[in-house]
Design a protein around this ligand. Sequence first.
Ligand code: FAD
Length: 512
Amino acid sequence: MADTYDIIIIGTGAGGGTLLHKLRNSGKKILVLERGGFLPREKENWNSKEVFQNERYHTKEVWKTAEGKDLHPGTGYWVGGNTKVYGAALFRLRERDFEKVEHAGGISPEWPLKYKDYEPYYTEAEKLYCVHGKMGIDPTEPFRSGEYPFPHLSHEPRIQELHDHLVHRGHQPFYMPIAVKLNEADRLNSECIRCNTCDGYPCMIHAKSDADINCVRPSLANDNVTLLTGAKVERLVTTANGKEIDYIEVTYNDEPVRFKASIVVVAGGAINSAALLLKSADDNHPQGLANSSGQVGRNFMKHLSAAMLGLSTTPNPTKFQKTLAVNDYYWGEPGFAFPMGHIQLLGKSDKDQISPDAPAITPGFVLSEMASHSIDWWFTSEDLPVPDNRVQIANGQIHLDYKVNNTEGFERLINRWKHVLGEIYTGHIFLDHGIYLSKDIPLAGVAHQVGTCRFGTDPATTVLDIHCKTHDIENLYVVDGSFFPSIGAVNPSLTIMANALRVGEHLMDLLG
Ligand SMILES: Cc1cc2nc3c(=O)[nH]c(=O)nc-3n(C[C@H](O)[C@H](O)[C@H](O)COP(=O)(O)OP(=O)(O)OC[C@H]3O[C@@H](n4cnc5c(N)ncnc54)[C@H](O)[C@@H]3O)c2cc1C
């Protein structure tokens, strides 16, 4: 006999954790299954060698590339999912991101819902995750029904100087929307201490808003919510007619267990959710569950992204650097009428963070000097959905096929920004791709994974309907990054969270 619930949510990241929070007061009996545990609070949380070189918080799972090579994915399995280590830059997609957009490398498809449909949920998600920002500066900012719930985070002096130079030259840098618990007017009583161990690190003092701290833990106060950690869902099993999920098979405490629910929500992240549907193939669904369209696992996107160390003779003592972003080239530039992408500051790097990308012979003191004199940048451009960029399962193992596309605008963006910065600072030196300390993020960097179960109105070409219910199976939903028809160029999590709130509202209506 399997324990029975109203709703089972598989995964507790930006999608699953946010959905849980939305449903927690519904009175419904909710079971949350998370393969990971709570991320430990320990000194290593803020040790960059442990975090970036030893990949302490990444899974040890090995996937395969299309070429059959081992892939060590930069992803973690924890309560809160990848929001435990994210940079907490919570952006809304732009209005035009929901439309069909012509890129230099092809077409970014239209979404079945539009920005106006998401606006109220973006507002709700920004409140839930305590986002700081300031409206009216970003030239590409979409319509907002109100100001950010919390005031923008100030720039430290070196970044303020950079900001002022940019403005002086006609650029429009804006305050990064950031999800932390900080009151700059009362720093003594604030949780966030504006440290340099935020972007990419777990927050040891729980001052970063993530799906664990802001959503899962508060929900556990409710008697109707049960969380099982270390509970890996292995397979979804359908009823004899194949139209519903009958029960799910879970490995919990090394034992096989079964659970049943009226509604099953898969929220394992775009790669693992697709993998779970494909692994659950049965006689009624030989290509995998919810896969009559053949689209499950396809159209995987992860952004074209690059990190760049901007070296200068001037020291950069900034601690919390992630306060500035630029969208001046989001939709292109004179002479290039195609989208280029988004620019933001990274968390401040240190020598242990940059050393894996430096030649092994580089002495430690050189790395320290470089880190202390650099401003660290992050570029993201849109990769387009391509059917052959896909998640597959072979012998139970995840295979990830991915070829980059749409690179012209991306390369142009990085070159343009080097040029802009070069004009600002005399004596400014940039180390370029292939030299060292500036690099395109490789396939293992699956941080921004989306698109593997896209939503839409046509069951022949999409996996999910507009409520993120699978077209094929009546009680099966996918509520994480999988649903994106296109990725846009800003960070994806706020859209995943907003969508989870939207689907949560639908589920509450449905369950009454
Ligand atoms: C270093 C880093 C920095 C980032 N910075 C930003 C940023 O600044 N802004 C931004 O918007 N985004 C950022 N991201 C991306 C962001 O973390 C993801 O977009 C977001 O977490 C995805 O949410 P999700 O719900 O789709 O998946 P996840 O957050 O990955 O959650 C999936 C959950 O499902 C669980 N799970 C998977 N399979 C199973 C299974 N079979 N059984 C049970 N549980 C399962 C996993 O353990 C995990 O908890 C960053 C990511 C990384 C890694």
